[in-house]
Design a protein around this ligand. Structure first.
Ligand SMILES: [Zn+2]
Length: 383
């Protein structure tokens, strides 16, 4: 075989983490910031895979409002909430619900985090199918579809296996396999930086470890192939958390009830609302307007961010906090973490980057252009 394409998508590998040549020194080409999209990995990775924005592929945050015909949680019924309240064993219920969803054929990545169980049935998961498999997006093809359409021998290592299994599998495939494209995804750096913060020395150690292991993979591939194309990048960056805020308490202080008056979902950096009447809408807008650490994203700005959903799937009002701020408690967690993303795409730590051995005619400025770079590499591998 003459050509192999190695793709490493390291979740939360930001420009800050990979800008210096210390990370993967053998790939010394200049590295520049690449703009991400609004939302979390649930939205960023689909944007990378499809080359389209959240408004087109439909993914922004893990949780969206349940459609009128019922979301994935509609079958669970209110008795789950009642049972959870009685036993107090929320973790048992969460495990049961997760198993139920897998049995129902949900193959996408999800976590129940700390979403209040009685409210689950008002929401839906945006990712029903594993985005690393073909036909994951109903509206458009993703990169796995491109690989399938061109019948390119390939392997994808996704979040369903451990890091050790993934590296061992990748090494074996490079050494003995016939894949022309190897797509390697890891969520571990993201998890570590959430826990310890992006500036902790353990993050540096993790990056050094990736640098060494990915370097070894490249060397092995080069020993077998005349040409090896390497692309290492993230889906967004990671900011240090400096301040936390309890918006939930403020909302509970309002004379409105869920779901009669309104519904809300508290992500770690966004508070998203749907209203049943104007009084609730006005009151919430008033409360949010007084908070100095964030702002409501109006329609025009959401359109500019490729994140305006006319059906208000992700909220008819979306409040986004400034970089370094965190909503605690939220449905994502009841206690603070040290690192977070999901801020405005133009916030300093939001950017990712691309580390490559290719001389690109046009270095990608955003995830959509990064998609184009990968697609072109896959098509070369097919030739
Ligand atoms: Zn994350």
């Amino acid at each position: 075989m003459s050509r192999q394409v190695l793709v490493f998508l390291i979740d939360a590998l930001g420009y800050e983490q990979a800008r210096d040549a210390e990370f993967l020194p053998s790939l010394a080409a200049p590295r520049a910031p690449i703009e991400t999209v609004l939302g979390y990995s649930s939205g960023c990775i689909p944007s990378l895979l499809t080359g389209a924005g959240p408004a087109r592929h439909g993914h922004l945050s893990m949780y969206r409002k349940a459609p009128t015909h019922g979301g994935v949680f509609s079958g669970i019924g209110p008795w789950v909430a009642a049972a959870a309240k009685m036993t107090g064993r929320h973790w048992t219920m969460r495990r049961w619900i997760s198993a139920y969803l897998r049995r129902r054929g949900i193959t996408g990545y999800f976590s129940l985090y700390d979403v209040p169980l009685p409210w689950l049935r008002y929401f839906d998961l945006c990712q029903r199918k594993n985005v690393y498999a073909p036909q994951a997006f109903s509206e458009m093809p993703g990169l796995p579809d491109v690989l399938q359409q061109h019948a390119i021998p390939h392997r994808i290592f996704d979040w369903t296996i451990s890091e050790e299994e993934a590296f061992a599998g990748l090494a074996a495939e490079i050494r003995d396999g016939n894949s022309r494209v190897l797509f390697f995804y890891r969520p571990d750096l993201d998890g570590l930086m959430h826990t310890v913060g992006p500036r902790d020395r353990r993050v540096k150690e993790k990056l050094d470890d990736y640098s060494r292991r990915i370097g070894e993979m490249i060397d092995t591939a080069r020993a077998r192939h005349r040409e090896v194309e390497v692309y290492v990048f993230g889906d967004h960056g990671m900011a240090e958390v400096e301040h936390t805020h309890d918006v939930w308490a403020a909302l509970r202080g309002l004379p409105f009830a869920v779901p009669g008056d309104y519904l809300y979902f508290l992500d770690s950096t966004m508070a998203r609302f749907w209203f049943r009447h104007d009084e609730a809408r006005r009151s919430v807008r008033r409360v949010l307007a007084e908070l100095p650490y964030g702002r409501i994203l109006e329609t025009r700005e959401l359109e500019d961010l490729n994140a305006f959903f006319p059906q208000q799937d992700y909220g008819e009002m979306i409040f986004l906090v400034e970089e370094g701020h965190l909503l605690v408690p939220s449905f994502m967690g009841l206690t603070p973490v040290r690192g977070m993303h999901g801020y405005h795409p133009l916030a300093a730590a939001s950017y990712t980057t691309l580390v490559t051995n290719q001389e690109l005619a046009h270095y990608p400025r955003n995830l959509f252009e990064l998609h184009d770079v990968l697609r072109a590499a896959f098509e070369r591998a097919a030739a």
